[in-house]
Write a protein that binds this ligand. Sequence first.
Ligand SMILES: [Zn+2]
Length: 291
Amino acid sequence: MERVWYDIGDVKITRIDELLLTIDPKALFRSWDRASVAHCLPAMTPHLITEGTEQLLSSVHVWLAKTPHGAVLIDAGIGNGKQRPTFPPFHMLQTKFLEHLAAAGVEPADVRHVLITHVHTDHVGWNTILVGDTWQPTFPNAKYYIPKAGCDFFSSPEGSARPNADMFRDSVVPVLNSGQAQLVPSDGQDVLGMFQYHPTVGHSIDHMSILLRSKGSTGFFAGDVMHHPIQFHKPEWSSVYCASHQEAEASRRWAMDYCLENNATFFSSHFTSSSVCRLKRLDDAVSFEFV
Ligand SMILES: [Zn+2]
């Protein structure tokens, strides 16, 4: 597939693919009600929803931003060789993610900043690779920005007992130990004068979205504010992976309003197709188009 680059001012952005998944709608959204979205389904088939079987299509990928300050990654995917027995689709992957990154002109040593939206398995994985028998930072010259609330939680007795705490031990702790981590406070943080973390909690206690402003253009890296574009029609639907459905819905509505009011381009963590949308308000509803 031909590589697509998006311009946000001085910054060039492209998607680095890792994995595609199909998910049963009822397994992702507890509130799934086919009748209430039946009118939206034809336009979503087959790029966002499979034909006939009507499974939701989902992507795991990372955004690469080439900035005047060097290469920046937004989120870090699942990673290779990670033990994830509780979620088989992520278990012991061997993908060509680093080759895809190289094809976009970036070697691990070129990455200067890694911006993590939240400490979850499919967002921190490529923070580290296995060298011998130890996990080490994949990007030796990068500063890694990681939400502090996620690190605090998974360092606590409650967090370290969670079934997904392995990802903290193999993909975050080595970065903390290397001295390359910069913990992002819950109220947000500026990075390089062009990226800005903004709290969008609900999916997780530490969840943040990342704004990018350059030369009058705005990009919005949503993280897991949404898992599928059907949520533009149903912002009240939260995924089964969301910690607080009420807060997740509020963050989703805030994110849509922000993009509408600021003419921001929406970069998703999990949409298929281009995973990049422009939003418009139509009467009471929000319409979106992939760009
Ligand atoms: Zn995710």
